[in-house]
Design a protein around this ligand. Structure first.
Ligand SMILES: Cc1cc2nc3c(=O)[nH]c(=O)nc-3n(C[C@H](O)[C@H](O)[C@H](O)COP(=O)(O)O)c2cc1C
Length: 205
């Protein structure tokens, strides 16, 4: 078991290929005040897939690198720990967003969308984002502080996604209603990874 956990994630998903995302479009969209006016949670999704461009724009807005010279991100993070990883559950499999190379790294082959939440709509949407804290990056903190900062840092990412969705005409809802042990198992997460929230994103039905 220990050996399995030490293996790179890609070993689990040998038939899924890495996805190089196009450069994010960092201009356009609705103005911020209009996006704030339209920000809301919605729970009905069509099955329409995202283009790679939309996926790239969404993930960059969520927590992409907006200052390449320092590798800082669109979302703030406590002590710049950058401890929140974004996993993307799609119909073909589970991927990890690698902001540094703007790619999706294969993690698990197959559709685990239904396991990303307890509400039925999670399986209808093209993607569910799963926000996972990498506890190895938070080793200097107490467990209470690590939980606190991981939740706060996830909140900023989630709100970025909400605003991007409002700006781009997409539908989203952040979710805490998750069977976390079942999802962690499906995601093959190691003991140093902790699921914080998930967020469903798609097009309106
Ligand atoms: C931390 C957090 C957890 C949430 N968990 C869920 C959830 O599990 N399922 C759900 O349908 N909505 C969930 N929501 C969405 C809230 O229900 C929603 O934000 C609230 O009803 C206000 O609606 P609004 O976002 O449209 O303003 C969650 C929101 C937050 C901030």
């Amino acid at each position: 078991m220990a050996l399995l956990l030490a293996l790179p994630v890609s070993i689990y998903a040998q038939e899924l290929k890495p996805v190089q995302l196009p450069a994010p479009k960092t201009e356009g969209g609705k103005p911020l005040m209009q996006a704030l006016k339209e920000r809301k949670s919605m729970r009905e999704f069509s099955s329409q897939e995202f283009t790679l461009q939309v996926l790239s724009d969404l993930l960059w807005a969520a927590d992409g690198i907006n200052r390449p010279e320092s590798a800082h991100r669109t979302a703030p993070s406590a002590m710049n720990m950058q401890e929140i990883d974004i996993y993307v559950a799609k119909v073909d499999g589970l991927y990890l967003y690698d902001a540094k190379v703007n790619s999706l790294i294969p993690v698990v082959l197959g559709d685990i969308r239904a396991l990303t939440g307890k509400q039925p709509f999670v399986k209808d949407a093209p993607i569910n984002l799963i926000y996972v804290a990498d506890l190895a990056k938070m080793g200097r903190l107490s467990a209470v502080d690590a939980d606190f900062y991981a939740a706060a840092d996830t909140g900023f990412i989630s709100e970025n996604v909400y605003l991007y969705c409002a700006s781009a005409g997409l539908t989203t809802v952040v979710r805490g209603s998750i069977d976390k042990p079942a999802l962690a198992k499906a995601m093959k997460l190691g003991a140093d990874k902790k699921i914080i929230f998930a967020q469903t994103v798609g097009y309106p039905k």
